[in-house]
Write a protein that binds this ligand. Structure first.
Ligand SMILES: [Zn+2]
Ligand SMILES: [Zn+2]
Length: 413
């Protein structure tokens, strides 16, 4: 394998395919589809993969595509793109604006889909030339925004047999040609908690003869976040913040029920798993002290995405090899959620940020805004990066125990 010129091979591939990929992205952008309704998108992906000689399978619910490229006994590397759009109106004035009222690709999933498609076409060529030392599982996942699409992929066996998985996401704060990398947690968990307290109710003149429900609810509101901060490792940044509270209707009557709702955000996986039981235990003890009944509904969101350091090293080598030594940029953990975290609970892998900003551009529309758009040269950069990542992971998966690299990604080797 030594002596291969991956940069040159990617240059040649993109010289013939980059315009087609940009057109593909614009077509998806004009026809965005919400979570679990990505039928047209699914068809477009499957048709293009079939035209490249691949054999895609549509997920049982009818949206999302899984396809494998390569064969043999080598490792299997998973590459995942999300394909759904958001219920956000398109506010851009461009020829490829959304044609669907109230829906647009405001999170850049059209770009992720196109980057994975381009990577698929390149890897299919590699496999045909006998240059793929293993298998690559291509996962076009539906419904990231719901969330739930990752669980659908997993329930369909989408990651069984996959040794390592990678994904990327547009980052409008990062220049095109650069990639944001971080070991450990890179996104956060976000759950919802809803608490209902009840008691007999009564006159405010005689709180000792009933359960003083508003007082008890106020104690729950202040004691739960305070006690949590002393019961979990502060590095997990587990936080319970209330967004809604309601009880009572008049000044001189103790009500018989009340409600509090909030979010639980967390940067750490273990703390996230422990959170519901911990909060329930604290709730029961505070409610019990004031003689009220408390019921908790805990609605799970997504786990944090926790990047595996070995996989991040592969992303780093890939980015340096095909985008340049200066391409990797340190990035921060965001408090946003991303359902890629579900995969990383089962297998190692990493999630990277793909720069989409035109260098020097003052325009900085964030994701989830109707004005969000990308510098489309990020598609070519994304294909280079993701293809090199898959090959690096396959090569390293086969690396002999001496640890000697089998191949260099640099053009001059
Ligand atoms: Zn999003
Ligand atoms: Zn997204």
């Amino acid at each position: 394998m030594r002596g291969r010129n991956l940069r040159g091979e990617l240059d040649a591939f993109l010289a013939g395919s980059e315009q087609e990929l940009i057109d593909f992205r614009r077509d998806l952008h004009m026809h965005p589809e919400l979570a679990f309704a990505e039928y047209r998108t699914t068809q477009r992906i499957a048709d293009r993969l079939i035209a490249a000689g691949l054999v895609p399978a549509v997920l049982p619910r009818g949206t999302g595509v899984i396809c494998e490229v390569g064969s043999g006994d080598g490792p299997t590397v998973g590459l995942r793109a999300d394909i759904d759009a958001l219920p956000v109106p398109d506010e851009k004035d461009v020829p490829y604006s959304s044609t669907v009222p109230g829906v647009c690709h405001a999170c850049g999933h059209d770009v992720h889909t196109t980057v994975l498609l381009g990577t698929s076409l390149f890897l299919a060529q590699q496999a045909e030339a006998g240059l793929l030392p293993g298998r690559v599982r291509l996962i076009f996942q539906p419904a990231e925004e719901l969330p739930g699409g990752a669980l659908e992929v997993m329930a369909s066996g989408g990651i069984s047999g996959v040794d390592r998985i990678f994904g990327l996401h547009c980052d409008p704060r990062l220049d095109v040609g650069r990639v944001g990398l971080k070991s450990g947690p890179i996104t956060s968990a976000c759950d919802r908690v809803s608490i209902r307290v009840s008691g007999p109710g009564g006159h405010t003149a005689r709180p000792h003869l009933t359960a003083d429900l508003v007082f008890a609810l106020a104690k729950i509101l202040t004691e739960l976040p305070a006690a949590l901060s002393r019961r979990v490792d502060p590095r997990s940044s587990l936080s319970l913040v209330w967004g809604r509270v309601e009880a009572g209707s008049v000044a001189n009557a103790i009500p018989d029920d009340g409600v509090a709702e909030g979010t639980v955000r967390c940067l750490d996986e273990d703390a996230w798993h422990a959170a519901p039981d911990l909060i329930k235990g604290l709730l029961d003890s505070v409610a019990g002290a004031y003689g009220v009944e408390a019921h908790m509904d805990y609605i799970r969101g997504v786990p944090p995405v926790v990047n595996d350091p070995v996989s991040v090293q592969m992303l780093t080598e890939a980015a340096q090899g095909v985008l340049g030594d200066g391409a990797p940029a340190p990035t921060q953990q965001s408090l946003g959620g991303e359902d890629f975290g579900w995969y990383l609970e089962s297998i190692p892998g990493a999630y990277a940020r793909l720069g989409t900003r035109t260098p020097g551009s003052p325009h900085l529309a964030d994701i989830h805004q109707g004005t969000f758009d990308v510098d489309e040269s990020c598609i070519g950069a994304g294909v280079r990066f993701l293809a090199a990542t898959a090959l690096t992971a396959l090569w390293e998966g086969q690396r002999p125990s001496s640890g000697e690299p089998l191949v260099s990604l640099n053009a001059d080797n």
